[in-house]
Design a protein around this ligand. Structure first.
Ligand code: UDP
Ligand code: MG
Length: 331
């Protein structure tokens, strides 16, 4: 029998809408209205049931006040407020926790990801694909340094990760309900969502797009956050850095052994021992550096185990607001 298994994305498993859009946002006061307008326009054209879940990740500007206002204007909008800034990946996880749709569109709130790609993504999903990810043909909107960093990171990740993580692909993607449920079933705190989605498997296909520049405002990913995401990406997708530590440790030990043999040989057969503190100092500093590096790599893994065993909730929700839930925002 070769009956095709149900693809999940076509099977009604809950009573939620056809589509959910999830938008994490942090200090996006300048763009949130325009983003909502464009996303809502695309959703309305579909003539299907939908919801737009916007997660306010502890913004310091008036993003939350604007969101509350918007919920009064649009009954499709669900506004979720986190208790403080949790970071993009956790804000997105909170959003995925609240969405009820059969298909879920993940995108950034700054309109770098054009919502107008949605119909094409939905068509691909109709063919039985579980994850339709948008792969960047170009990213003219980002600074040169960031483009170089990202290019190196994605290629490094591609070599290291256990599951194939597509190159030049952010979190902008359409996922099926069963993939979304699996995200919820993964309790890891240091989340690298695109890696987790790749790890799930099923049919995952790309569509190509040109990444726009930010509609307004500045990037909320300064270099240190970007590095943090890159480290999370590598460590949560791979154990190879630990294996690598073992390899360079072994090479260093072998090198030390050779030096010992050389010193013994000179002492026994030549009658001298190698002279000089420079070689000694270099070896000591080099070895010390290598040891600290290896400890650092282990520490990254150990720290994550520690955080995981504390078992704290991944995110804390302060409020969820829909139309009719709240009056006009405080002035
Ligand atoms: N973001 C967030 N919490 C943060 C940082 C960013 O929710 O702590 C959101 C942000 O509002 C945006 C998305 O994550 O919707 C991506 O951030 P941004 O556009 O600044 O990153 P970039 O596109 O520059 O990499
Ligand atoms: Mg952006």
């Amino acid at each position: 029998m070769n009956a095709t298994p149900p693809t999940g994305n076509n099977v009604a498993t809950n009573l939620g809408p056809y589509l959910s859009v999830v938008l994490p946002c942090y200090n996006e006061s300048e763009v949130i209205r325009e983003t909502h307008r464009r996303v809502a326009a695309v959703c309305q054209d579909l003539k299907q049931s939908y919801e737009i879940v916007v997660v306010n990740d502890g913004s310091k500007d008036d993003t939350w006040a604007q969101l509350r206002q918007l919920t009064q204007e649009d009954p499709h909008l669900v506004a979720v407020n986190l208790s403080r800034n949790h970071g993009h990946q956790l804000a997105l996880s909170a959003g995925l926790h609240f969405v009820r749709g059969e298909r879920i569109l993940i995108m950034d709130a700054d309109l770098q990801d054009p919502p107008e790609l949605l119909p094409e993504m939905l068509r691909k999903m109709d063919e039985g694909v579980d994850v339709v990810y948008a792969q960047r043909r170009s990213r003219p909107g980002d600074a040169l340094l960031k483009r170089i960093f990202c290019a190196v990171f994605y290629r490094l990740l591609d070599r290291l990760a256990d599951a194939r993580i597509p190159l030049d692909t952010g979190d902008f993607r359409l996922i099926s309900r069963r993939v979304c449920d699996l995200m919820g079933a993964m309790p890891e705190r240091h989340r690298f969502i695109r890696g987790m989605v790749s790890w799930v498997g099923y049919r995952q296909e790309a569509i190509l797009y040109d990444r726009d520049a930010r509609f307004a405002g500045e990037t909320k990913y300064p270099l240190h956050k970007l590095v943090g995401l890159a480290v999370d990406g590598i460590i949560s997708s791979s154990r190879k850095p630990l294996a690598f530590a073992l390899v360079i440790g072994s090479i260093a030990a072998a090198f030390g052994l050779l030096l010992l043999l050389y010193a013994l040989y000179s002492w026994l057969f030549v009658g001298t021992t190698p002279q000089g503190w420079a070689s000694l100092l270099i070896t000591v500093v080099l070895m010390g550096g290598l040891q600290l590096m290896v400890l650092g790599v282990m520490g990254e893994y150990l720290g994550r185990i520690h955080e995981q065993t504390r078992g704290r909730p991944m995110f804390i929700v302060e409020a969820v607001v829909r139309k009719g839930d709240a009056g006009p925002p405080p002035t």
